[in-house]
Design a protein around this ligand. Structure first.
Ligand code: DMJ
Length: 673
């Protein structure tokens, strides 16, 4: 090629040169533009010289190469895009992975709180991120091993694959969940729980109850057997005459409706589970599955339906692991939400669960303080389980608002709050009884439920107990019983509701959780008083309200009863406190006191044909005047606490892992002690 260089040979003949010259020579002779035009022409000629077949083959090759080029360009583009948007995708993947972890039923959900935590409860924003399934806390026999598959998902960081695999994992576990593991009276929390943290959207289930988690049942003792017998008798009446209705009327062998939602049946579900009444439980479960319908044009009381229905369904879900109960809990929880649509966000007392409307009672726009501040444990837990923060947001807002309100007296709250203004009304009256009681109980219990981080709850609780000591404690004559009276516009009244007898148990629970030892001392003196409210009465059953004598009078006991107050509704508060006191002290006298009470219920309130009845006159053993009504809390609370009181198994609803709502439905503590 060098010998025919254009530089030495002069202007070439195009045909000859077009065949023999290399590119170097062409550029050297005529410059780049000239040679390009020339090459185009010579190529065209060459093309024309090819046969049709040759041309077709070349064209086909070109077409094939073009297709390949397009394909490889597309995938290069993707690769490029993924490089340039790497940080964004990384974020997405990181978000997706924790979600997957949360969605793994091996760990209970840890929803939200993010917004609600700012400001009022700053500590909550420090809550830990969700844990990997394999780093769960708690005794090893309670830990459910994470499916290996779910762990692998994290390492792979392949979001699409991970989602598919997760669906498979969930499918398998869903099938497992539909089989209820019956553990009767030996209850262990079947999951390690976490405090709220990230928002999640996947519904969660408790971890499956595996064989290795099962313990040998602790034998049931005589007194517990007596409770089981009492429960069965009560249940027989309910089943025979009131099945699926709210309350049994044992004398008239009929029933009464309050909300028309099978209140007694729902309230009793977890009691049956704890007492080990498998057949009864299964039968009741069927009713819940087939007949419990919330889509009804009916007004329900927000507080009562929250503590009994929502609370009962949530605790039964936790104990049984049966998702039916969670589904029902979600349904009723959603239907109760319209109550919070008020100008002040303090909820109305009543909700129509079918229509989705809410309203205050006809005569006032006030709500009861205890009612609006004793629905928090349940709605907070519902948020944690569903990943939907709206439930918790609504109830936390109420607590934050009440925290800042004026009108308290050394931490003691009035009994009413206005749903328009958000202010306390009827100022100046303070009680630990009706309309205020469980406000105090839920301050402590929310603090425990949330892992003892929400300082304002603790602050309000501690202040309130100081307020009780300062304003409401007095001693009676002749026995010098310490009791909790009431304050009305500066005047002390020696009146105490039986409802106040929740207080010794709550104080003991606080002391057990690290609060002042003084609280335990006060609990010990107050439970003695509550016991005397039974022991000093002719039937050995407490009236609804007592008045204590402040001055010794010959022939008078400490406890006086007014004719209007001498009824007994089979209430649980004293037995509840006896249970806490026995758990924390081991002092058998508390069991003995409870045993006396059970015997007196059997003596004066048991109806031979089935069921127990409220009575009108605790002072008349020969005719206690049955009222013909068995309240749902007799099965939901009184008999449950009785059974637990007589048990020596601290793992039968371990108080470091569960917190009882005010209707005795145990809910998990988010970060167990
Ligand atoms: C129950 O519904 C609850 O214990 C509530 O806190 C008070 N009233 C009854 C039992 O007395």
């Amino acid at each position: 090629a060098a010998m025919y260089s254009g530089a030495s040979a002069g202007p070439p003949r195009r045909d000859f040169i077009s065949v023999t010259l290399g590119p170097e020579e062409a550029i050297g002779v005529g410059g780049y533009n000239n040679s390009k035009a020339w090459r185009r022409r010579s190529c065209w000629r060459k093309w024309k010289q090819l046969s049709r077949l040759q041309r077709s083959v070349i064209l086909f090759l070109f077409a094939f190469l073009a297709v390949c080029g397009v394909i490889s360009y597309t995938s290069m583009g993707e690769a490029w895009k993924s490089i340039t948007t790497k940080s964004l995708d990384d974020q997405k993947t990181e978000q997706a992975i924790p979600r997957l972890k949360l969605a793994n039923p091996a760990v209970l959900p840890a929803p939200q709180k993010a917004d609600a935590n700012h400001g009022e409860y700053p500590e909550l924003s420090l809550q830990k991120p969700p844990k990997l399934p394999h780093v769960r806390r708690g005794p090893s026999n309670l830990q459910i091993k994470a499916p290996q598959r779910a762990t692998r998902l994290k390492a792979r960081h392949d979001t699409v694959r991970a989602v598919e695999e997760l669906a498979e994992v969930n499918k398998v576990e869903k099938t497992e969940k539909s089989i209820i593991s019956w553990r009767g009276a030996v209850i262990e929390p079947d999951q390690i729980t976490e405090p709220p943290s990230n928002k999640i959207t996947e519904p969660e289930k408790p971890s499956s109850v595996e064989a290795e988690d099962q313990k040998e049942p602790v034998p049931i003792n005589e007194r517990q057997l007596a409770v089981i017998e009492a429960f069965r008798h009560a249940w027989k009446g309910y089943k025979d005459f009131a099945w699926g209705h709210d309350e049994l009327k044992p004398l008239s062998k009929s029933y009464s409706e309050w909300f028309g939602l099978g209140l007694t049946l729902i309230d009793a579900l977890d009691t049956m589970w704890i007492l080990g009444l498998k057949e009864e439980f299964e039968e009741a479960r069927k009713w819940v599955a087939n007949d419990l319908v919330f889509d009804k044009n009916v007004d329900v009381n927000l507080f009562e339906s929250t503590i009994r229905i929502l609370g009962g369904l949530l605790s039964t879900y936790h104990l049984s692991g049966d998702s039916l109960f969670l589904e029902k809990a979600k349904d009723i929880g959603n239907r109760l939400m319209p109550a919070f649509k008020t100008p002040s966000k303090i909820p109305y007392s009543d909700v129509n669960i079918g229509r989705g409307t809410a309203h205050p009672p006809r005569w006032t726009s006030d709500s009861t303080v205890a009612e609006v501040t004793s629905i928090q444990l349940e709605f907070r837990e519902l948020s944690r389980l569903t990943g939907d923060e709206k439930f918790q947001k609504a109830v936390d807002e109420v607590m934050k608002h009440v925290h800042t309100l004026s009108g308290k007296n050394d931490g003691l709250v009035p009994m009413f709050i206005n749903t328009n203004s958000g202010q306390f009304t009827h100022l100046g009256v303070y009680t630990l009884g009706a309309r205020a009681d469980s406000y105090y109980e839920y301050l402590l219990k929310q603090w425990i439920q949330g892992g003892k981080k929400e300082n304002e709850l603790l602050e309000d609780y501690m202040k309130a107990i100081e307020g009780v000591k300062k304003h409401l404690l007095q001693r009676s004559e002749p026995k010098k019983l310490t009791f909790v009276g009431e304050l009305a516009h500066g005047h002390f009244s020696a009146k105490m509701d039986h409802l106040v007898c929740f207080l010794p148990g709550t104080l003991a629970l606080g002391a057990h959780n690290g609060l002042s030892a003084d609280h335990m001392k006060l609990a010990e003196t107050l439970i003695e008083t509550c016991y005397q409210m039974y022991a000093q009465v002719e039937t050995g059953l407490s009236p609804e309200i007592v008045h204590f004598n402040l001055h010794a009078q010959k022939g008078h006991k400490d406890v006086e009863i007014k004719p209007a107050d001498r009824h007994n509704l089979l209430r649980p508060e004293t037995v509840e406190s006896l249970f806490y006191m026995y758990r924390f002290t081991g002092d058998k006298k508390y069991q003995d006191w409870g045993w006396e009470i059970l015997q007196n219920f059997n003596r004066y309130t048991r109806v031979p044909t089935g069921g127990y009845t409220s009575i009108n006159n605790v002072q008349n053993p020969s005719n206690p005047e049955p009222r013909d009504k068995m309240e749902s809390f007799f099965l939901g609370e009184t008999l449950k606490y009785m059974f637990l009181l007589f048990s020596d198994d601290i793992d039968l609803i371990n108080l470091d892992k569960y917190i009882f709502n005010t209707e005795a439905h145990p809910l998990p503590i988010w970060v167990p002690a």
